[in-house]
Design a protein around this ligand. Structure first.
Ligand code: PHE
Length: 355
């Protein structure tokens, strides 16, 4: 057989093998056997030396032509196989993005309405420049009462239905805080004005009926600097109520009241049309200008510093906003109730996205 027809046969065989390779591993095997160092084309090249000089040139050129043809064919086949493999994978891993999300544990869990309102308040006050302060649930008499200008035997103590711990050897006794106001004291003792904080948290009073539970939640607000006055207090509370009830206007009524730690003191009602009950007033919070005695008790110069404080019940706000009739249901740990009133874990309240 002449060298040239042998080459033609080899070319035909290799092209047939390439065409018959039906996956990437097979095409690689063909490549190695054809173009590898000891492959069939290299074997042809090795014959060059044995040929008479006049044949070498044309045989070399013909071998190279076969090599090129085989290389091109290999690459083309490889590209086809790769495209087919990708297509097969796309088919098998296809996801229909229009299908509803399968409910995972995050979607099934529910946020308690009080936690939701807690987050809503933090979001609103953060926007007004307040940061969040915390204090312990177990307090001293001094923090819960004394420094708040409620000395022993003060009649205000009776309204607080306090849970006391047993008396210690030195005569003192700890208690469960009856309001979040001790966090005012802790904050003023720990940092210099200007102060602008809210203190949300649990409080305890020995009281239980449809609108009272032994544990409930309050949020305290405190602003202390050299210039803050009652106009600021009213504005902050009005902005809060508008944002919280998601209305553009809210009617508010400030009634003179009394708290030992503020002077003057007020209770605030909102027009219940904000929650769809026109004609009624609802009490939502207590507030006032921080009493100079309280400032002095915390080591602040009462001639220089002034400011306001307010305190409101988170549970009550939750009942008003979300129409929950019985406070006791908040603490019944009833899953059906939680599914009905609860909030999706993924619905984080933001002012931009809605509360
Ligand atoms: N601490 C008061 C209460 O629990 C509420 C309050 C806080 C009033 C701050 C005025 C200022 O009743």
């Amino acid at each position: 057989m002449s060298g040239t027809s042998e080459l033609e046969t080899l070319k035909a065989e290799l092209l047939a093998e390439i065409a018959g390779a039906d996956d990437l591993a097979a095409i690689e095997a063909v490549r190695v056997s054809a173009l590898g160092k000891k492959g069939r084309i290299a074997q042809q090249m090795a014959k060059l030396g044995t040929l008479p000089p006049e044949e070498r040139k044309s045989f070399g050129a013909a071998t190279n032509a076969v090599k090129d043809a085989v290389s091109q064919s290999l690459e083309a086949r490889r590209a086809d196989l790769e495209a087919a493999a990708l297509e097969a994978r796309l088919q098998s891993e296809r996801a229909d993005v229009t299908l509803p999300v399968r409910p995972g544990p995050e979607a099934l869990g529910r946020i308690h309405p009080v936690s939701q309102v807690f987050d809503e308040c933090v979001e609103i006050f953060a926007d007004l420049g307040f940061d969040v302060a915390e204090g312990p649930d177990i307090e001293t008499d001094e923090m819960n009462f004394g420094k708040l200008n409620i000395p022993p035997e003060h009649p205000a103590r009776q309204e607080h239905d306090t849970f006391y711990f047993p008396q210690k050897a030195d005569g003192s006794r700890l208690l469960l805080r009856t309001h979040t106001s001790p966090v005012q004291i802790r904050t003023m003792e720990a940092r210099k004005p200007p102060i602008r904080i809210i203190a949300p948290g649990r409080v305890y009073r020995c009281d239980s009926d449809q609108t009272h539970t032994p544990m409930f939640h309050q949020i305290e607000g405190l602003v202390i600097d050299e210039t803050t006055h009652m106009g600021h207090l009213k504005w902050v509370l009005e902005e809060f109520c508008k944002a919280f009830f998601e209305v553009s206007d809210v009617k508010m009524r400030f009634r003179a009241s009394h708290f030992p730690f503020t002077e003057p003191s007020m209770e605030v009602d909102i027009g219940a049309e904000a929650i769809g009950k026109p004609g009624q007033w609802l009490e939502i919070l207590g507030c006032g200008m921080v009493h100079p005695n309280v400032l002095r008790n915390c080591g602040l110069d009462s001639e220089r510093y002034q400011g306001f404080a307010f305190g409101m019940g988170l549970d009550r706000l939750t009942m008003l906003k979300y129409g929950v009739p019985d406070l006791r249901a908040f603490f019944a740990a009833d899953l059906r109730w939680l599914r009905h009133y609860g909030f999706s874990v993924l619905d984080v309240p933001t002012l931009a996205g809605g509360l």
